[in-house]
Design a protein around this ligand. Sequence first.
Ligand code: SIN
Length: 479
Amino acid sequence: MHELRKTEALIDGVWCALDRRFAVTNPATEDVIAQVSDCGVAETEQAIDAAQRAWPAWSALSSLARSDVLWRWYELVVANQSALAQLLTQEQGKPLAEALGEVLYGASYIRWFAEEARRLDGDVLSLPQSDRRGLVIRQSLGVVAAITPWNFPIAMFARKVAPALAAGCTVVLKPAAETPLSALAVAELALRAGVPKGVFNVVTGTDAPAIGQAMTSHPAVKKLTFTGSTKVGRLLLRQCADAIKRTSMELGGNAPLLVFEDADVDLAVAGTMAAKFRNAGQTCICANRILVHEAIYPRFLQALTRAVDALQQGAGEQEGVTIGPMISAAAVQTTHERVAEAVTQGAIVHRGGFVSPLGESFYPPTILLHVQPSMRVWREELFAPVLPIMTFTTDEQAIALANDTEAGLAAYVFTESRHRCWQVSEALQFGMVGVNETAISSEVIPFGGIKASGSGREGSKYGLADYTELKYICMGGLS
Ligand code: SIN
């Protein structure tokens, strides 16, 4: 594990130690676990220049050669699953079982895009003129800048970097300042897998606005891919507009979870638990608003309460823990303020809702009843282990309440009716819908949202295209 514990930025194949450092803490204990190089504009520009120099040779490799490198990288990540998961839990807080799962989830993107790298195919067009033929080829974009969040430090990194490298792009990544260690460890494995110097660079740092500005203003950067808040996404989109840079934005969600009167209650409760409490509620596709038909509500609430009471909260490394801390004491504070505000507006705390004795970064699993659509706990993404519940009486009312949000990332439906499955899925204005299932993510699916949840799709057979340009070539004089 120690050889994977890197604390420097990776620029042009070299680990660069800076005098400027920032502290990384374990959210469960608030202990400082590392001091990491704090890059700014100069280091970001150096990394972009290195990526620009590395691009011609990397993009000129055969797709098979790039695929082979990605395969080796995938195998190394899997072989180091345990060490990576421990690092991830230490800096992010999630239970070790979830961290082990995230390492494999991240690796699955590397494997998928190692496979997809072989399928960068084009088309031959039959043009209206008989003496001409049209070709359509795909070419890599050039340098891609990627900014990744702290909630899935390995999976979100892999979901962006693997397709970019597979397509022949080179990358400058800025991982979240809260969780740089997992990204640096996976970067070390990329070097061991044979990713050439400059092809993949990591700039660690706390001055996100300056690093983001350096990325969006540099002419060599052809695309910015970002996962994070809608507020920051809007800012980055504006910065990219002048130079008309390509963007992929995976922004905030506010997922509704609809439980109809004909739902299998046990399945709906299991799905709600998984969708809400995974990663302590800090997931863009977390169920944020629970809508339950009033006929089934008493049974649903009883079973849900039992399941919430059975959760074991504690430090992620501890045996038996099923829910860890939040990312910081500040996140707990914001959550508690939102819950307290809802209570002053008439909500009732059914479970949780207090500041936890476990430590400043812990917030207990919380169920809020009598919630109204006007409350901030309903209107805004919570990113916390808090479940606001409302009841409904008709399908139309449930769909209208679910769609009443600027976010459009994920939604979930529980019903045993085949007809309702289709009707409701089609009526929901979200990029992804889970029917009787909330574990919807995998490398095979097009992950992404509509409306203010962003643009572009990550993973799946569609994910590689976002890192390529289509070029049309007209071949004339063929008569
Ligand atoms: C996210 O929170 O954005 C990622 C969740 C996932 O991939 O399932």
